[in-house]
Write a protein that binds this ligand. Structure first.
Ligand code: PBG
Length: 310
């Protein structure tokens, strides 16, 4: 008999994602075991009035949850992979990386206008420098403004308060909430390269919890994990988090991994892009890193870091 306590942030998306993992695990647990949800408020959920890049970005949505795991208050935690920083506290591990949902971003506009059709000067809400850079590269005439809060809050700010004409959001989150019909336009990778890890869930646990690790194998997806490894090797080479204008997306098909990456100035110019292929995920990540380093990505990012931190 064991009660498995699963930690989650309290947003509807976080709870939905956690519930999805719990459903997957349902048939895998010994019949005498039960599962329980524990909602945890993170720093990222509390600080709503500033741009994430200004509060120091990394790990804002995960620290409190990782502490709860280490303290034994919870046994499992379900995170959006893209919110996970490079370093994990000693004693914790990813027990599973789940099969990726749609990795792309999408546009939801108030009038139904697509990105190409938005009027000059239209206000696009996003706090992500990665999204900002790519929108401005395509439409330098648009006005990108930060927006915070959960998906419900963002929609209200656009639809009711008319603070924005359009929002850019992760299609995965929209799908999980069942909001597909609200989407104006799915942004293809050529227009908007997603964030590293976007669309996948990371299930974290204590590395000595062998019972849980065994059970989590049932929700692990090796194809997704390999793609994400390549993406994260690339991202972490720049000490990057989702607060920097870095994008990366990999797919594995027939044993081969293809990774695309992008590093940009928040203004959209310059915007450096590259692509690498291979069979070893870490190797593919490193190959793309050196390609972009050769194009000047390091210098560009140092400049960006100075601007947002200083
Ligand atoms: N930045 C917050 C965040 N973290 C994960 C998702 C969406 C789900 C996912 O990418 O798996 C979102 C919302 C968004 O970017 O629209």
């Amino acid at each position: 008999m064991r009660t498995v306590v699963i930690g989650t942030r309290r947003s509807e998306l976080a709870v939905t994602q956690t519930q999805w993992v719990m459903n997957q695990l349902q048939g895998q647990l010994p019949s005498s075991w039960e599962m329980k949800q524990e909602r945890i408020v993170t720093k990222g959920d509390q600080i709503l009035n500033v741009t994430l890049s200004k509060v120091g970005g990394k790990g804002l949505f995960v620290k409190e949850i990782e502490q709860a795991l280490l303290d034994g208050r919870i046994d499992l935690a379900v995170h959006s992979m893209k919110d996970m920083p490079a370093e994990m506290p000693k004693g914790l591990t990813f027990g599973a990386i789940t099969e990726r949902e749609d990795a792309r971003d999408c546009l939801i506009s108030r009038t139904g206008a697509r990105l190409e059709e938005l009027p000059q000067g239209a206000i696009v809400g996003t706090s992500s420098l990665r999204r900002q850079a790519q929108i401005l590269a395509l439409r330098p005439d648009l006005d990108v403004k930060p927006v915070r809060g959960n998906l419900q809050t963002r929609m209200k700010k656009m639809m009711d308060e008319k603070q924005f004409d359009a929002l850019v959001l992760a299609q995965a989150g929209i799908n999980r909430l069942g909001w597909e019909e609200k989407v104006t336009q799915v942004l293809i990778e050529e227009k908007m390269l997603p964030a590293v890890g976007q669309g996948a869930l990371a299930v974290q646990c204590r590395e000595d919890d062998h019972e849980i690790i065994e059970i989590l194998k049932s929700v692990h997806d090796e194809k997704t994990a390999a793609a994400i490894q390549a993406e994260r090797v690339f991202l972490h080479a720049f000490e990057g988090g989702c607060h920097l204008p870095i994008a990366g997306h990999a797919v594995r098909e027939g044993g081969e991994i293809r990774l695309r990456g992008l590093v940009a100035d928040p203004s959209g110019s310059p915007l450096l892009q590259g692509e690498a292929k291979g069979t070893d995920p870490a190797e593919v990540g490193r190959t793309l890193t050196s390609e972009l380093m050769d194009k000047g990505a390091r210098e560009l990012l140092n400049q960006v870091k100075e601007e947002i931190e200083g």
